[in-house]
Structures are given as C-alpha cells and as structure tokens.
Design a protein around this ligand. Structure first.
Ligand code: F6R
Length: 242
C-alpha cells in the first residue's frame, strides 16, 4: 500500500487529480470507478480545470459510480446522478452512455444491481477506483458489517451515515433515504487500482482504524489491505493518529 501524506487538503486533492489525469492520458480508454461526497468535489473541480485547459480528454473513458440513494432519480438534486452531472459529467467530454450510475428508481432494484455488475464486467472491469471513507468505515455505501465478497446490492444506510450526509437534506437525517444501491466490497476489490482519499481531522480516527486496525468486515475500508495495488492520499490532519 502506498500512503501519501500531504500538508494541506488542497495538496491531497491535487495529488489525487493528477493521478487520475495521468492515468487517462496514458490510457485514454480507462474505466474509472467514481465516488461522490464532499471529498470528491475538489478533485472533480481540478479535473474539469484540466479538461477546460485542453490537457485532459475524457472521450475514451468509461465510468461506474459506486452508489446511489434508493428512490432518488436523476432530476432530484440530492441524487448522485445529479451530483455527478453537476460536478463532472456536464463539464467534460465523457460519453453519456458510458457514464454509469446505479438507477435508484429502477422498478426492480435487484435486477438493477445484477445489470450493473454485468455492465462493469462487460466494460472489462474497473481500472482505477476512487474511494472516500465514511465515519462508519464504509467504502461506497458498504455499511458494517459488509461481507468482503459482497456484490452490488441494496443496503440499509447506517444512522451514522444518514447523519453524516444530512447537510444535503436540510440538516435532517430523517430526510436522508434509508436505503441505497452500492457496489459491494467484492466488486470494489476487483478494481485493478484503488485510490482512497481522506482529508481533515474528522477522518483521522476512522483512517487510523482502517489502516492500523485488524482486517474486519465491521470496517469495510480495512478490505483495501487485501488488495495489492492501493494508493491512499491523506492530508496530515486525516493522518494525525497514524
Ligand atoms: C459516496 C461514497 C462514500 C463517500 C464517503 C465519504 O459515493 O462512496 O463512501 O466517499 O461517505 O464522504 P465525504 O467525502 O462526504 O466525507
């Protein structure tokens, strides 16, 4: 595992964005695994800037997002499909057909999960999977406990996560959907390279548990220790208790 600790969060975002951009420049048909959340916003802003400056061409790339809230469609400003459009898809030259997000309003959610897994496989698999980490130690929305061989499925969101994400829902955890579709831990572990980014003091305790604690299905992020090609980018606040 390659752990990079930067002085500032901005440096962490720049490091992550340049790793993603370098990968796309070297392999224009890269299959990206994408995440949402506050951490990713700055990374996407930097990628959009590179694209605007003519230095980054997304036209050959394919992407698969990690997760989506059940019940929120593309038009809902809190859906992850909407987030991705706002922060990345609308601003770069990615093919809309190849920018995949699980469909949280599919009539048959189990079928949607199976379709999503099949689409990832049909694309040849994910080359570079971007990951954040939640307070529960989740990657994607793999709340504790999540089996390390779990696949894309419907999950119940932990109360901690609903509180963590409530800012987008007028600060009311009760308004955060109770369920989500998420790639499984097993799905994530099949990506060829994992890139986990965490910044800020608020992430220090869970980063310490994820990187230094025992490998356990009760802390999904510990699964990355089973993967042989992982980069973790932290600012020094998130790395504090390492
Ligand atoms: C979202 C996702 C989550 C977030 C995590 C951290 O697609 O996969 O695992 O990465 O909850 O979220 P932020 O960055 O908002 O702290």
């Amino acid at each position: 595992m390659n752990i990079i600790v930067t002085d500032t969060s901005d440096q962490a975002f720049r490091y992550a964005a340049s790793m993603i951009a370098d990968r796309i420049r070297s392999f224009p048909t890269t299959v990206l695994g994408l995440a949402t959340g506050r951490t990713m916003e700055s990374i996407y802003r930097l990628l959009v800037q590179q694209h605007d400056g003519g230095a980054l061409d997304f036209s050959g790339t394919t992407s698969f997002n990690l997760d989506e809230y059940v019940g929120l469609g593309a038009a809902d400003p809190n859906s992850y499909r909407h987030y991705m459009r706002e922060h990345l898809f609308a601003h770069v030259n990615m093919s809309a057909e190849r920018a995949h997000v699980p469909d949280g309003v599919a009539a048959d959610l189990a079928a949607e999960c199976a379709r999503y897994e099949a689409a990832i496989r049909a694309s040849g698999g994910i080359d570079l999977q971007l990951l954040g980490i939640g307070e529960t130690g989740h990657i994607g929305f793999n709340e504790p406990p999540s089996a390390f061989d779990s696949r894309t499925r419907v999950v119940d969101l932990d109360e901690v996560t609903r509180r963590q994400n409530s800012a987008m829902f007028s600060g009311d955890p009760e308004r955060v959907p109770e369920r989500a579709l998420t790639m499984g831990v097993g799905t994530i572990l099949e990506a060829r390279h994992l890139l986990l980014v965490a910044v800020g003091e608020g992430k220090a305790a869970i980063i310490n548990e994820a990187l230094n604690g025992p490998i356990s299905e009760n802390v999904s992020a510990t699964a990355i220790k089973l993967h042989d090609n992982v980069t973790v980018i932290l600012d020094k606040a998130a790395a504090r208790s390492r």
